[in-house]
Design a binder for this molecule. Sequence first.
Ligand code: R5P
Length: 283
Amino acid sequence: MKVLGGSASSRTARELAAHLGADLVPVERKTFPDGEVYIRVDAELRGEDVVVVQTTQPNASLLELLFLQEAAHDQGAASITAVVPYYSYSRQDRVFQHGEIVSAKAIAELIELKADRFVTVDPHKEHILGFFGIESHGVSAVPLLAKHLATRKVDTVLAPDKGALDRAEFAAKCLGADFDYMEKTRLSGTDVVMKAKRLDVRGKTVAVVDDIISTGGTIAMAAAELKRQGATRVLAVCTHGLFLNNALDRLKGAGVDEVIATDTLENPAASVGCAEAIADVLR
Ligand code: R5P
């Protein structure tokens, strides 16, 4: 087995190769002044089971993934597995308004052209895996995050909204903690309060768990409210930390005591590795 690591997931690729006892193949990559992506894989891939590892955010990383798959295909790989730790465009998983496209499905159709198998971590919605006409798997990062949280003495796990409750419940069960979701109530045109639906957070260590932190707006609002309501510590926990527009500063400013993310996106808060869990699915 050979592992090709894209530039957005070089750490995961390296760790995955080590867990699988596979060769990590060096990839030459550059970006031309006009933004075009160039890759070269100077290795013998004929007859090999090739695993391409690349998160698809930002957009150039998606192209790099497709090009790496193309290289494996052109060189006669026996099989190609696309491992996409963070699958971008996953929030456009259905048509919300007439005329939109299902972007998550469009990307799946591109990936499956040159792949036999697809693996991702915590897809935004489970049905995304069904967009692939090839074997597809979702690895849950929740037990990994829960293991990391186990030393933090978390009393309560909260979902920032009802839609994210399943993930929070799963994390809470792994930790033996309470769980709930936060509900927004509009008091006026300008005032909104956000509160745990059932539980009192006073004096508690609370972990707010979401799949993605993008700008941090959702969890920052939740954290500020939780602190106002007397929570002692608030941890912001996610699988995919995009942390756009100074999100980490924004979270800190809102009273978040610690930010914990997995390494599906490489960033300073990525303290939970997913490679071993991905390797378990590939074996
Ligand atoms: C939404 O569907 C996701 O699960 C996250 O709740 C969202 O991406 C968070 O965005 P932000 O960090 O910008 O509030």
